[in-house]
Design a protein around this ligand. Structure first.
Ligand SMILES: Cc1cc2nc3c(=O)[nH]c(=O)nc-3n(C[C@H](O)[C@H](O)[C@H](O)COP(=O)(O)OP(=O)(O)OC[C@H]3O[C@@H](n4cnc5c(N)ncnc54)[C@H](O)[C@@H]3O)c2cc1C
Length: 304
């Protein structure tokens, strides 16, 4: 058997890497003002807390929006620009859906939320999530209970949604039904105490039970989450979290949130049929009832 000779080009030890550490050109400030967390209370026992941001440190006088503009300019190799130019570049990026610079910013949250809200939230796949383990630990005795005014009747127009508050007597009956669901907790505790595995005992708990997670996501995908979950078609309870999330991130990326409102959240998207209806002052060329209802809603917004 012939032995392979070691190649003379392969170094025996890895080369030493020299790391150069450059101090900032201007003093840096913490975008969270030195806080450990910024917390907002949501629903009855829920919360959303901002734990960390990337970039956490920005040049004095700037906001984290700065990182978006910096990323967008890297291809041009241009130096620092005036803040007003930064703002118009960022707004241009938002209008033209140049999305990757917005991925340069990341936010990490701690969220306490009912399981039925978590089920909707987890559908957003681009985040990193670590959830409290009901296999490992006892689920806390904490349940979401809507206020009587938040007990909504089934919407007639939207099969997925609720509408106005239901009458007080029916709301009261529903809340008593939740009382019974929550009373299961006593047996859950008892049975786990008697040795039933936590991973099975939790099967008895209702969807209103609160869970907790860490949720980290970039700004581009957060805006996607917000555009869907702030919308009036989203369920009231997840909208409450989305609204609190905006309040937490807005002071950190104010220029982005302003542009997001101007060009996406409060903008109206027109279909080709709708443009033709406006141009010809015609009816919408479809018999689809839902599409017509959507057009009516847009016309109302546009005061047409
Ligand atoms: C009002 C409302 C009602 C809903 N009703 C229902 C329902 O009845 N049943 C139901 O099952 N869901 C329902 N959903 C969930 C919905 O279908 C989406 O799963 C959810 O909104 C997440 O959207 P997304 O996939 O765009 O977001 P994300 O998962 O955050 O993804 C962001 C974007 O990344 C890209 N992306 C991510 N993963 C992939 C992938 N694997 N392949 C290709 N592209 C990818 C896509 O462009 C996507 O838009 C509802 C959502 C809303 C807002």
């Amino acid at each position: 058997m012939t032995r392979m000779k070691p190649s003379p080009n392969v170094p025996k030890t890895p080369p030493t890497v020299h790391v150069e550490r450059t101090p900032p050109e201007t003093p840096l400030v913490d975008v969270m003002n030195g806080s450990a967390r910024w917390e907002a209370r949501v629903l009855d026992h829920g919360l959303i807390a901002l734990l960390d941001v990337m970039p956490r440190l920005v040049p004095e006088g700037q906001t984290a929006d700065h990182a978006i503009v910096q990323a967008a300019r890297v291809s041009y190799g241009q130096g620092t620009k005036r803040l007003s130019e930064d703002r118009s570049l960022l707004r241009y990026l938002m209008r033209h859906r140049h999305t990757t610079p917005f991925e340069m910013i990341e936010f990490k949250f701690h969220v306490r939320l009912p399981i039925f809200v978590a089920r909707q939230w987890i559908r957003h796949r681009t985040a990193s999530v670590n959830e409290y383990s009901g296999r490992y630990s006892i689920m806390p005795d904490r349940f979401y209970r809507p206020t009587p005014a938040d007990v909504r009747e089934q919407s007639a127009g939207n099969r997925q949604g609720g509408d106005a508050p239901i009458d007080a007597a029916t709301a009261e009956r529903f809340l008593r039904c939740l009382d019974r669901a929550e009373s299961i907790y006593e047996q859950y505790e008892e049975l786990t105490g008697q040795g039933v595995a936590r991973e099975l005992a939790r099967l008895a708990l209702p969807l209103s039970t609160y869970t907790e997670w860490y949720w980290k996501c970039d700004l581009h995908n957060i805006m996607h989450f917000l555009s869907l979950r702030l919308d009036e078609h989203a369920q009231h309870e997840i909208r409450a979290y989305a609204q609190a999330m905006v309040s937490l991130i807005e002071p950190i990326v104010p220029v982005t949130i302003e542009a997001f409102r101007d060009y996406r959240l409060e903008a109206v998207h027109l279909t080709r049929l709708e443009i033709e209806a406006i141009r010809g002052d015609n009816e919408l060329a479809t018999t689809n009832r839902r599409e017509r209802a959507e057009w009516d809603a847009k016309r109302e917004t546009l005061r047409l």
